[in-house]
Design a protein around this ligand. Structure first.
Ligand code: 5AD
Ligand code: SF4
Length: 444
């Protein structure tokens, strides 16, 4: 009989990617994915620990699953992702109804861990980091639509002073070039037109190439760009320190590289950047942006900020606001600093009141929002090459497409356009989307 799997994923796109691979894997094991946990035989929670709030969500979710398990004692509960990786066996003391704990690098072992749990009746924990073997044990990914994610490297070796990722996901490790290209080509054959290359520091990619050579991220992009059928390439997320001249030059000769980049800066204050151990300064970041804009003048730049890092003064924050003016960011993921146990920053004195931090965050977000609106308004009347990715959320027979600079545009069109490129004229600017009209549909 087919078994049912319910999966919930929190956090970043790496987790989303891992989650879709878990579903691919479990499908091969005879499981069918269900939308609600009530009738699931197996519930999987893929957790995030980047900020305290995310971590707490894990345990409230596990509490809900416990209630369901009371009604259905055969249901197994598996916990993966970064909380699992960090807490390991400790999860079992806080949530003894959990059956399996697995890490980001051991998700391919989930079927074996479940089998062992069933056989022995004992909870199973495996959060080891067996290099990058997981990719050798996962089925080839199935495309769902015209966009797809491909993981090219995992982990992080930067050890920013506030961040748990190097501890939860391990050191940077890149997949071999051939493996990445085979996966991309396989997806392209299934109709994928837009690829997003994934990695915690994707531009730190150093993969094994032909004849023992090492391939950097710029060269990887060249290879991916040559795959027939691929029209557009995005990647996330990148580190300013690894934003090499070679990568910047690639924007000049690889037209498939999207006109949008996510380049987390975290702060505009040199003092705070040093305390964060980011390895660059305000001016260095500006220099990267200037060089990039020399090659791609209208590229849209999104970023991440941490507001209220321990010791951040009004002057430090003013430096961040100055950077925002200088760069003209198009979007940001910005949060108040969250103290994470086990990271070096956790022991720094922090006497800024939370209310001050929140006020700074609000101010920062409103300025970036205004920037984004201004940039959207500048698009009015322009015809944009877009990838139509589905029906519009608000329905009404409208379709949704993504512009090169990463905006969603809703327009009236026939459903047969889904999965194709189309030229769309921008006619309206709304708070988080654009409105447009179809000018001309692209090829198949
Ligand atoms: N507190 C707040 N934000 C954090 N991030 C990472 N660690 C923390 C933390 N301890 C943010 C950074 C990073 C994004 C993924 O999450 O901005 O770029
Ligand atoms: Fe965390 Fe810094 Fe690594 Fe990003 S680069 S994952 S913020 S340690």
């Amino acid at each position: 009989m087919t078994q049912k799997i319910y999966l919930r994923s929190f956090g970043c796109q790496m987790n989303d990617y891992d989650s879709s691979r878990i579903l691919d894997l479990m499908r091969e094991e005879g499981y069918e994915a269900v939308e609600a946990p009530d009738d699931a035989d197996l519930a999987v929670v893929v957790t995030c620990s980047i900020r305290e709030k995310a971590q707490e969500k894990t345990f409230s979710d596990l509490g809900r699953l416990r209630e369901m398990k009371k009604a259905k004692p055969d249901m197994l509960i598996a916990v993966g992702g970064c909380v699992a990786s960090q807490e390991g066996r400790k999860i079992l003391s806080r949530a003894p109804w959990v059956d399996v704990v697995f890490g980001p690098q051991t998700l391919h072992r989930l079927p074996a861990l479940i089998a062992e749990r069933r056989k022995t009746g004992r909870a199973q924990v495996d959060i080891s980091f067996p290099e990058i073997e997981k990719f050798d044990h996962l089925p080839a990914p199935c495309a769902h639509g015209a966009t797809a994610f491909v993981s090219v490297m995992e982990g992080c070796s930067k050890y920013c002073s506030y961040c748990v990722v190097p501890y939860t996901r391990g050191e940077e490790i890149s997949r071999p070039l051939v493996d990445v290209l085979v996966e991309c080509a396989h997806l392209a054959e299934q109709g994928v037109k837009e690829l997003t290359l994934l990695g915690q520091n994707v531009n730190a990619y150093r993969g094994r190439g032909p004849n023992g050579t090492t391939v950097d991220f710029a060269l990887l992009l060249e290879f991916v760009s040559d795959i027939p059928g691929i029209e557009r390439i995005r990647y996330t997320t990148s580190h300013p320190k690894e934003f090499s001249d070679r990568l910047i030059e690639a924007y000049g000769y690889l037209p498939k590289l999207a006109n949008h980049v996510h380049l987390p800066v975290q702060s505009g204050s040199d003092r705070i950047l040093a305390a964060m151990k980011r390895g660059y300064t305000h001016d260095w970041y500006l220099d990267r942006v200037a060089r990039l804009r020399a090659v791609r003048p209208d590229i849209s730049i999104a970023t991440d900020f941490i507001v209220g890092f321990p010791g951040e003064t009004e002057e430090d924050f003013a430096e961040t606001m100055r950077l925002i003016d200088e760069v003209g960011f198009d979007a940001s993921f910005s949060f108040v600093y969250s103290k994470r146990a086990g990271t070096p920053a956790a022991s720094l004195p922090d006497d800024t009141p939370q209310s001050v931090k929140l006020a700074r965050l609000q101010h920062l977000q409103s300025v970036i929002e205004a920037n984004a609106t201004r940039l959207s308004e500048a698009m009015l009347g322009r015809t944009e090459r877009c990838l139509v990715f589905g029906e519009a959320r608000k329905g009404g027979g409208m379709l949704a497409a993504r512009t090169d600079n990463n905006r969603v545009v809703n327009f009236a069109g026939d459903a047969s356009l889904i999965g194709r490129m189309a030229d769309i004229r921008i006619t309206d600017v709304f708070p988080h989307t654009l409105g447009g009209e179809l000018v001309c549909a692209g090829g198949e």
